[in-house]
Design a protein around this ligand. Structure first.
Ligand SMILES: Nc1ncnc2c1ncn2[C@@H]1O[C@H](COP(=O)(O)OP(=O)(O)OP(=O)(O)O)[C@@H](O)[C@H]1O
Ligand SMILES: [Mg+2]
Length: 410
C-alpha cells in the first residue's frame, strides 16, 4: 500500500540568469520529468520545445507581459528585461521591481508545469498530494537574497495548499545529477572533483569530495565556492561590440540586422566552435540582411558576413583565460588531489571550453596528476535534475538538515 510519503510530488526549479528549467518526480517511481514545451506568442505558432526557457520578460501596456519564447524576435533590445536575477544583489538599482518581476516570471514557469504535469503522470496537484518545491540558488548567496527569492516565489497565485519550499545549492544539485548521469566516472569515496557550472551570466565553481556512494550519494564541500561574471552571454556582448564597431556607419545597419546576426552567433556559431575549427580557421556565415558588399568588413556577398574562426577565438579568449584561472585556483585551494573536473550548464557543454581547459591543465607543471574533464549528458539541465534527485533522497531518508520553509496555506 502507498504511504502518504510515497505520494509526495517533488518539483525542482532552476531559476537561472539566462535560462530557467522546471521538472518533477513522484516518490513512488522517482522518474524525473522536465517541462519541454513552452508557450510562444499565439496558438498558431505552436509551442517551443526546449529543456529550458529564456529568463526574460517584456511588459506591455495595461500590465500584461510576455515571457520566455513568447517575446517576438523583432522586439527591441530595450523592451526586453533580462538578467533580472542579478537585481537581487545588494545595492542593485537597475531592476526597480525585481521582486515582482521574479514573481511574474516564476508564475508563468509554474503555469507551464501545471499544463505539462497531467499529460505525463495524470495527477492533479491540488488533490491533496504532498507537494514540495525545491528551488536552487547559487551557493554563495546571502541569507537576505535567499529570503527574497522565497518570498517572490510564494507570491505566485495558485500554489497548492500546504506545500513546502526548500532551497538547495545549484552546485550541489548539479554535482548530484552529474555523478548519476555519468555512466562511467570511476569516482569513489574520498575522491574529489571540481564542479564548474558555466552558465549564461556567471561561471560558478566548487570542489567536492565524495563521502558516501551508497545507500545515498553524499558529497562534502572541500573548498569555498567561487564565481565570476564570465558566462556565455559575455560572448554575445563581445560579438555585439565587434559588429557595432565595424558596421555602425554602414547603410542599412540597424537593430534588426544586429538582432538576427546575434541570434545566429548565439544559437549556432558559438556552440559549434571547437579547436579543430580554429586549427582549420573555418569560415562561418552570419546573416547581415541588406548590407552591401564590403570586403574590408568581411561582407564578400550582399547580406552575408564571413566570420573566421580566429576572430571567434578572440571573442572567447578573455573569458576562457578567466575560467582556466578559476579552475586552477580551485585545484590549488582544494589541497587534495583532484580526480575530475565536471562541466555543467549551457556553456559547460561547449567543446571549445572543454578542450582549452584540458590543454591548460595538462600544460600546468604544478598539476602532477592527470585530471579528466567530463561533460555529463543532460549537463544543461543538471541543476534541475539534481535538485529533484537530492530532494528525493532527502525525503526518503527524512533528513532535516536542509532549509525548509513550510507554507501553511495559499
Ligand atoms: N555549446 C555552448 N557553447 C557556449 N555557450 C552555450 C552553449 N550552449 C548553451 N550556451 C549558453 O549557455 C547559456 C545558458 O546556460 P545555463 O542555462 O546554464 O545558464 P543560466 O543558469 O541561465 O545562467 P547562470 O548560471 O549564470 O544563472 C546561454 O547563454 C547559452 O547561449
Ligand atoms: Mg545556472
Amino acid at each position: 500500500m502507498e504511504t502518504p510519503n510515497q505520494r509526495e510530488l517533488i518539483i525542482g526549479i532552476d531559476f537561472g540568469s539566462t535560462y530557467t528549467g522546471i521538472g518533477w518526480s513522484v516518490l513512488e517511481n522517482e522518474h524525473i520529468f522536465t517541462v519541454q514545451e513552452w508557450p510562444t506568442r499565439g496558438e498558431s505558432e505552436g509551442s517551443m520545445i526546449s529543456p529550458k526557457v529564456p529568463t526574460r520578460l517584456r511588459y506591455l501596456d495595461g500590465g500584461e507581459f510576455e515571457w520566455g519564447y513568447q517575446i517576438p524576435n523583432d522586439a527591441l533590445p530595450w523592451e526586453i528585461m533580462s538578467l533580472f536575477k542579478r537585481g537581487l544583489e545588494p545595492g542593485s538599482l537597475v531592476f526597480r521591481d525585481v521582486d515582482q518581476n521574479i514573481t511574474d516570471y516564476l508564475s508563468r514557469i509554474f503555469a507551464s508545469f501545471i499544463k505539462a504535469v497531467p499529460i505525463h503522470i495524470g495527477i492533479d496537484i491540488y488533490s491533496g498530494r504532498a507537494v514540495c518545491f525545491a528551488l536552487t540558488v547559487p551557493t554563495i548567496w546571502s541569507e537576505q537574497r535567499k529570503q527574497r527569492i522565497i518570498q517572490a516565489f510564494e507570491r505566485i497565485p495558485n500554489l497548492p495548499r500546504g506545500h513546502s519550499t526548500t532551497l538547495l545549492s545549484e552546485s550541489e544539485a548539479a554535482a548530484t545529477a552529474a555523478l548519476r548521469d555519468l555512466a562511467q566516472n570511476d569516482l569513489g569515496v574520498n575522491d574529489s572533483f571540481v564542479l564548474v557550472d558555466a552558465g549564461g551570466d556567471t561561471v560558478d565553481l566548487i570542489t567536492y569530495t565524495i563521502t558516501s556512494l551508497t545507500p545515498t550519494l553524499e558529497i562534502a564541500e572541500t573548498t569555498e565556492g567561487t564565481s565570476d561574471f564570465c558566462g556565455s552571454s559575455r560572448l554575445n556582448d563581445r560579438f555585439i561590440n565587434f559588429l557595432a564597431s565595424g558596421f555602425h556607419n554602414e547603410e542599412h545597419w540597424d537593430d534588426h540586422v544586429l538582432r538576427e546576426a546575434v541570434e545566429c552567433f548565439d544559437k549556432k556559431i558559438k556552440r559549434m566552435f571547437d579547436m579543430s575549427s580554429l586549427a582549420l580557421n573555418r569560415e562561418y556565415i552570419v546573416p547581415v540582411r541588406g548590407l552591401n558588399v564590403n570586403p574590408g568588413l568581411g561582407v564578400h556577398n550582399p547580406g552575408r558576413l564571413s566570420l573566421m574562426a580566429d576572430q571567434i577565438h578572440l571573442i572567447f579568449e578573455p573569458d576562457i583565460i578567466r575560467i582556466i584561472q578559476l579552475v586552477k585556483d580551485q585545484i590549488a585551494m582544494a589541497a587534495v588531489p583532484i580526480k575530475k573536473i565536471i562541466l555543467v550548464g549551457g556553456y559547460g557543454s561547449s567543446m571549445y571550453l572543454r578542450e582549452r581547459l584540458q590543454i591548460a591543465i595538462r600544460e600546468d607543471s604544478s598539476i602532477t596528476n592527470d585530471i579528466e574533464i567530463l561533460q555529463p549528458p543532460n549537463g544543461w539541465v543538471s541543476v534541475v535534475r539534481g535538485a529533484i534527485m537530492k530532494e528525493i533522497s532527502l525525503a526518503k531518508s527524512s533528513s532535516s538538515d536542509i532549509e525548509t520553509y513550510p507554507v501553511e496555506s495559499f
